[in-house]
Design a protein around this ligand. Structure first.
Ligand code: ZN
Length: 307
C-alpha cells in the first residue's frame, strides 16, 4: 500500500453543518447557497429554483434528506406553487441524493448517462459517498430516485410565463453533465463542471480533461458577457471567470504531455508538474496532486488525448 492511500482524506465540507440560504437574482430566480459561500473557496453544494406563473423548477436535490428539506423550505418561503420539475446536473450524490424527498408529482430530469449510472451503481456510489463525506451524515437513509425525463441534448421547460432550458454541452466532469439556463434572467447553473471561482480548480474525477476544455469553452461561448454563473460549490461568477479553469487545464495538459515525452512515471510527473502558482486553493493538494495530475497522465499516455 502506498503512503498516499493510507492518508485519511477529510471531507471537503461537513454535511451536518450546512445552512442553506436563498438569494433572488432576478424576479422569481433564486440561487441557493450555503451561508459561508463568501468566506470560503469551496463550500457545500449550491442549488437554485425558478418560479413561473404555474409551477417551480428546482436545480439539484442536495446530499441527504435534511439538506433537501432545507432547500424545499426555502422554496416554500417564497411560493406555494407546485415543484413540477427537478434537475440534477450530474449523478454525484451531493447533487442528486435528495431526489427521494420531493413529491411524487415532481418530474425528475437527468441526462441519460446520469440515470443509467444511478440505476446501475447506486449502492456502490452510496458506499463511496459515505467514505468521502463520513458516516452518520444522512447518506445511509437516502433512497434512489432517478429520472422521469432523460435529456441527452436540450429541453425547454414551460413554467407558465417563462421557460427554462436544460442543456448538455458535452462531457465536463461526468458523461451526463447538464446545465440549467434561464434566458430571461441570464442565469446558468453549471454544477460541478465549475467547482467555484478562482482559486478553485476543476476536479477531473473521470479524467478526459481535453473534453473538459472543449465543453467549458462551448459554455463560455454560449453565454452573454453579463450572464451569472452559479458554480457547483461556490459563489456566483461571470463568463470571463471561466478563463481561470481553462488556463489551468491548458497548462496542466502541456506540462503533463511534456513529462510523458520525457518518459517520466506518474510519481515523477507529480514532481515535474507541481504548478505551485495554483496552490492558493484550499483543496489544491487533493484536486491537483491526487486527482488531476494522475488523471491527465493516464488520459494522455493511454492515447486518448488527441480529442
Ligand atoms: Zn458536487
Amino acid at each position: 500500500m502506498t503512503q498516499q492511500s493510507d492518508q485519511e482524506v477529510s471531507p471537503p465540507w461537513d454535511a451536518a453543518r450546512v445552512n442553506l440560504t436563498s438569494k433572488e437574482l432576478a424576479s422569481g430566480v433564486f440561487a441557493v447557497m450555503p451561508d459561508d459561500v463568501l468566506a470560503k473557496d469551496h463550500v457545500a453544494t449550491t442549488a437554485g429554483f425558478v418560479v413561473g406563473e404555474r409551477s417551480v423548477l428546482v436545480i439539484e436535490s442536495m446530499l441527504n434528506g435534511d439538506l433537501a428539506s432545507q432547500l424545499i423550505g426555502l422554496v416554500r418561503q417564497v411560493t406555494t406553487k407546485p415543484i413540477r420539475f427537478l434537475v440534477n446536473t450530474s449523478y454525484h450524490g451531493d447533487h442528486a441524493y435528495g431526489n427521494f424527498l420531493f413529491p411524487d408529482t415532481t418530474v425528475v430530469i437527468q441526462h441519460p448517462a446520469t440515470k443509467r449510472y444511478m440505476d446501475e451503481n447506486f449502492e456502490d456510489d452510496r458506499r463511496f459517498m459515505i467514505g468521502l463525506m463520513g458516516e452518520g451524515k444522512g447518506i445511509e437513509r437516502v433512497q434512489a430516485r432517478t429520472a422521469d425525463i432523460a435529456v441527452a441534448d436540450m429541453v425547454s421547460v414551460d413554467l407558465g410565463g417563462r421557460t427554462v432550458e436544460v442543456r448538455h454541452f458535452g462531457f465536463a466532469q461526468t458523461p451526463g453533465d447538464l446545465v440549467v439556463w434561464t434566458p430571461d434572467a441570464k442565469v446558468l447553473w453549471v454544477g460541478n463542471m465549475i467547482q467555484a471561482p478562482s482559486p478553485a480548480l476543476p476536479w477531473l474525477l473521470e479524467g478526459r480533461h481535453k473534453e473538459t476544455i472543449a465543453t467549458l469553452t462551448r459554455v463560455r461561448d454560449f453565454l452573454p458577457d453579463d450572464a451569472t454563473i452559479i458554480p457547483g460549490h461556490g459563489r456566483p461568477m461571470r463568463p470571463a471567470d471561466i478563463e481561470f479553469p481553462l488556463r489551468y487545464l491548458r497548462e496542466l495538459d502541456s506540462a503533463v504531455r511534456k513529462a510523458i515525452e520525457e518518459g517520466r512515471s506518474v510519481e515523477a510527473t507529480l514532481e515535474a508538474v507541481a504548478m505551485h502558482d495554483y496552490g492558493e486553493y484550499s483543496l489544491f493538494d487533493w484536486a491537483h496532486n491526487m486527482v488531476n495530475v494522475p488523471a491527465a497522465y493516464h488520459h494522455l499516455r493511454d492515447g486518448n488525448g488527441g480529442a
